[in-house]
Design a protein around this ligand. Structure first.
Ligand SMILES: [Mg+2]
Length: 228
């Protein structure tokens, strides 16, 4: 199944287990703004989506602007990442080890709806950033194969980020496999003409299947098993 030229990893929920932290903060900020919300509500409604769009939706629901909401949320998120760094997703480190041990392993990169600063913080905290060191260094890649939707100005579920990552890494879309944990990411990958393996968890398997996942797994460990 990992027979491809390039594996494009989503970051949050695929490499680093950030979703519990960020959704708890998002729910708290929304509740403080006057929209009571549980962590599960936040996960169900917002996971994998563009943060700017989320704030617009909250503003529409409250029928008033939320100046400072994004800044407050981001400040709390970076503080949380610093004080208690979210761990790697179960099986992610082992999968990277497995790929490194294979002489025919595909190239790999990370592509996230989050800003580069967030990816750098979470991947560094999980001790994974060096696993994406890369000799392709146009612009701000800064020696790492990490791509942010903020660089292209278009967010998943649009396909532009994945197409940008594939182009920069020198792979055709049909030679890419995306690993995602959100329905919006699955849709983005399919729109980009890529295969997509969806990791079920906070988003349940049927939703990922409905979004168009090529394959749904319940653990990254399944990707280390020999092909059936
Ligand atoms: Mg994700």
């Amino acid at each position: 199944m990992l027979d491809c030229a390039l594996i494009i990893f989503d970051c949050d929920g695929v490499l680093v287990d950030t979703e519990p932290t960020t959704n708890a903060l998002l729910a708290a900020c929304a509740t403080e703004a006057g929209l009571p919300m549980s962590v599960q509500d936040s996960i169900n409604t917002f996971k994998g989506r563009d943060l700017n769009e989320i704030v617009s939706e909250l503003e529409a629901r409250l029928a008033r602007p939320l100046p400072g909401f994004l800044d407050t949320f981001r400040a709390r998120m970076f503080e949380a990442f610093e004080t208690s760094p979210p761990p790697p997703v179960a099986g992610a480190m082992e999968l990277l080890d497995h790929l490194d041990a294979s002489p025919t392993a595909p190239r790999r990169c990370v592509a996230s709806n989050g800003p580069v600063k967030k990816m750098l913080a979470s991947l560094t905290g999980a001790r994974m950033l060096h696993r994406f060191a890369c000799d392709i260094t146009p612009g701000h890649l800064d020696g790492h194969a990490i791509f942010s939707a903020y660089d292209v100005g278009v967010w998943k579920p649009e396909p532009d980020l994945f197409l940008h990552a594939a182009r920069t890494m020198g792979a055709d879309p049909d030679a890419c496999i995306v690993i995602e944990d959100s329905a919006s990411g699955v849709v983005a990958a399919r729109r980009a003409g890529m295969r997509v393996i969806a990791l079920a968890g906070l988003t349940h398997a049927p939703a990922l299947q409905d979004a168009g996942a090529t394959r749904v797994i319940s653990s990254l460990d399944e990707l280390r098993a020999p092909p059936r």
